[in-house]
Design a protein around this ligand. Structure first.
Ligand SMILES: [Zn+2]
Length: 298
């Protein structure tokens, strides 16, 4: 069970709960910032011990979020999923307790009203479906699945070319295509509003139609990043190149704009891949700014 890794935050009447699939996954920092070295991480004291190892490796989680408003249950990004055939061994044939963890909130698969994917990478669409013994079926049978219209079109275009091998799109076959075939998806604009409290905003760069989720309730605000950034180090270094940005120029502009917008704003920033504490604030420090995780000393 990964239930010990679940954690919730309140934003007015909205509750956001993290469900973790992979906890404190460590890797070279150049998997986030392509020209960064461990020495740079070691020198940034505030990253330790939560966001980095003593030898300068990055720590990150693979996790999804249940966003509960007074009127709806939203599953934001659905991780990797169990029993998948994926390119990297570490993501292949997982057997996690994701759905059991959901159950500890008193929620069944049938209780999810909306599934929202910030973008269509394999680690954000996995639990869209599950293996029912016969086929890949919708995990959340009563939900509408929201995919970005721009994002979906861009991937469809990529899939039409031979130069994108099966590795790049195999998650479409088992996580996206079954949902589309059943007519359970809505392709949304990059400024789509889900409810009084929830709406998305565009953050292109990591992928062509990337979006992130904004929350406002009772005068409190929050934002869940998706993959516009992967690690808290990028709040301090938003202008540095991100390895997995499909459009590096747009990705940098998105990160810089995001940091400038939310610095000292009081808006709770929840990082899609941030290790614990996953939520915090971007605040000025010295000539720049950095991430202050909830509960960490300032
Ligand atoms: Zn991701």
């Amino acid at each position: 069970m990964a239930v010990e890794h679940m954690r919730s935050w309140k934003i007015g009447d909205v509750t956001v709960t993290r469900i973790v699939e992979l906890w404190n996954f460590t890797d070279h920092i150049n998997m986030t910032i392509s020209d960064a070295e461990p020495e740079e991480v070691i020198a940034m004291e505030w990253l330790h011990p939560h966001y980095a190892t003593p030898d300068g490796q990055q720590k990150m989680n693979f996790q999804g979020f249940i966003v509960q408003t007074p009127t709806m249950n939203v599953m934001l990004d659905t991780c990797i999923g169990n029993g998948r055939d994926r390119f990297f061994d570490v993501f292949r044939d997982l057997n996690t307790s994701y759905l059991e963890d959901l159950g500890t909130l008193g929620l069944k698969r049938e209780d999810i009203d909306i599934v929202l994917c910030t973008h269509l990478h394999f680690d954000h669409v996995g639990w869209n479906t599950y293996w029912n013994g016969t086929e890949w079926a919708p995990t959340f049978p009563n939900a509408r699945y929201l995919f970005g219209k721009t994002e979906f079109a861009a991937w469809e275009e990529m899939r039409s070319h031979d130069d994108h091998g099966l590795h790049d799109v195999r998650h479409f076959i088992d996580c996206i295509d079954p949902i589309m075939k059943l007519g359970m998806a809505d392709l949304i604009d990059t400024d789509h509003r889900l409810s009084t409290e929830l709406w998305v905003e565009p953050s292109h760069g990591h992928t062509p139609g990337h979006i992130h989720l904004c929350i406002e309730s009772n005068g409190e605000r929050g934002v869940i990043t998706g993959d516009l950034m992967h690690h808290p180090i990028q709040t301090a270094l938003p202008y540095r190149p991100a390895r997995f940005d499909m459009d590096p120029v747009a990705g940098e502009a998105t990160r810089v704009g995001f940091v400038n917008k939310y610095r000292d704003s009081g808006v709770l920033v929840i990082g899609a891949h941030f290790a614990d504490p996953t939520a915090g604030w971007i605040k000025s420090e010295g000539d720049g700014q950095r991430f202050f995780g909830v509960g960490l000393e300032e």
